[in-house]
Design a protein. Sequence first.
Length: 330
Amino acid sequence: MPGRVFASAHMTAALIMAIIMLVSACSNPMGNSAPQGKVKVQLGIGSRTLVSDISTQVSLYRVTFSDAQGSEVVVDSPETTIEASLPSPGSWNILVEGLNETDQVVALGTADVEVNSGETVSVAITLGPADGEGTARIEVQWNSVQTRSATVEGYLVSSQNETIPMEFAIGTEGEAVGEVQVDGGFYTLEAQLLDSGIVIAGFAEAVHISASGTTEHVFSFDKVNKPGEALAVTEDTFTVAWNPPEDPDTGTPLTVDGYRLYYREHGNYEWVQLVDTGAAETEYTITTDDLAYGEYDFAVSSISAGEESLLHTSYDDTAVPSYGWYVDWN
């Protein structure tokens, strides 16, 4: 008589499952009435994910029993009760794979057992996140209105502090995509948005890369990356001033047709045009007719022959102070 495998399970918590499996084997594959050897397997599964779009919910358990002689029994079941037969007693390896609804392996567990006739053996198997490599596909977005030559730099930092660079390709305006293959697990994604080589925004986010699949997620550059120094203003008005542009080689002032002043609420990325000034005006006095009280960053561009220059902001490295500033007006 062939051996039999029996399994049952019940939900014990939102992300914890327990499966009880009874594995039996005949002492004689040709059949006799000898008592059967049995194995009782207890499975537990637990996982968490932060931003992975790959479902880690197990919808099918694939249990593979194999021995040194090459015998193999595979049991697939979405249910919590499983029955199967083993051809003989002896040493068996048990591999349990947890598959999600798209047949991706998201959890694994193994155990070795000795199956003897006439006795039941119990073994506990804990399923952890699946090993192996996975693909991270990360999209980042930003407001492209006030960037002229945007690039994105990014890295994945593992829990062992290993830094893995990501190359981001600029697609449509205000969007870049990076893709890299790494071992499955938790990482910190560090990304920076640069405009003409100057870092203007950045973020760091925890991500979970699932093995045997592609983890996709979208992030936004919605905060400036420098904290800046708060310049307190308690008067009803204040003046923002700037220097005329110069030739980078000779230092000679360049001829411009005028200037354009921008502002944004501190902590946001999007610039808003405030006013245009003439070529001779290198400062502007702001009143409550222009802005309400609050915290603001400022930027200025020059206009020449109908072309607008790159923005020079209060967060540029050439600003004073170089670590940036913003106005705290109240």
